[in-house]
Ligand binder design. Sequence first.
Ligand code: 3PG
Length: 405
Amino acid sequence: IKTIDDLDVNGKRVLVRADLNVPIEDGEVADDTRIKRVLPTISKLKQGGAKVILMSHLGRPKGERSPETSLRPVAERVEKLLNGGPVLFLDDCVGPDVEKGLETLATGDVAVLENLRYHKGEESNDLGFARQLAALGDIYVDDAFSSAHRAHASVEAIAHLMPAYAGKLMMAEISALRTALADPERPVMAIVGGAKVSTKIDVLKNLATRVDVLVVGGGMANTLLNAQGVNVGNSLYEPDFVETVKDVLASAKRAGCEIFLPVDEVVAKELAPGTEWAVCDVNAIPSDMMVLDQGPKSIERLKARLGEMRTLLWNGPLGAFEVAPFGKGTLALAEESGRLSKEGKLISIAGGGDTVRALNMVGATPDFTYVSTAGGAFLEWLAGRQLPAVIALASGQVNAKHEAV
Ligand code: 3PG
């Protein structure tokens, strides 16, 4: 993959695909983490004398314009964060008006185009739409790792149409995931949590053959426990996946991967704040109760095992962490992994919205070695799948398929 490190961009129009898909509340950006993470690329291009054109999707508008999915507030935030010179917002992403607007850009200027998904050609990876986008710039830079699992025009087709480079965030994300999975310092532990096994079954399958310890948490753990004969009471679990999970357990065994499950649980009759709760042994879950967090013994055991690890890869909470007091396990784990990382004992890589929220809740984010901006793309990578946008960038040249059209 070619990077922007040694790229001469002086006077060039650089079309940057960023992932500016951020939460908008009351017409304002509610969390600008993703915008901040793309700033190093923007600044480098500006300093190099480029005219920077940012493009992104926001939400899932399915071709329909609406104020809730407009990138206008994002452009305003970009301007604020860049702290120098106005940022030009154009209310479309292709067409003559956009082309005219971009003619006003001077060296070092920045423009933000309107939501790519207002055009159906974006999601259908339409070549004609990609050509219209490509016509706006001289060089293409992809800095949207978190959209790399989508074979969409602005990340896939376009990369075959013009000189294509990876931005700084894209490279940082790829290199962090390689550190954790392709060539990790061992022993390596992966923690996979969340509500449903069905959404992460391929992640479990892949990790079970690659890491030394695989910790399964959240509702997912219930299905694994059930596969081992544990009665999980009234808990969320997926009977249809019990057989698949048994295969995962068997392949982990063959690969010498230890599957780490809770030994005690926090249970309650319902998931509600202030509800009555209790701690019980994993083999004594009452039939009318549901598991909502891992118990204190499980957490201590997990912390001790984590202390023996060199690398941690984490995606998904251990319990219903957004409802107190069921976040104790997840938050204790966030604190402990942050502490070990800060002391230089652990290489820690985390990704996914819930996990990042948990890290933020205890202030552990800065201590982590790497926190990914990606959700779906992070999971696809953990599942061992190749990401279409990364393949397109790596192919590095105009694809015959596209040339022929
Ligand atoms: C994300 O938030 O994971 C990315 O921006 C991709 O968004 P999407 O799931 O709507 O494609």
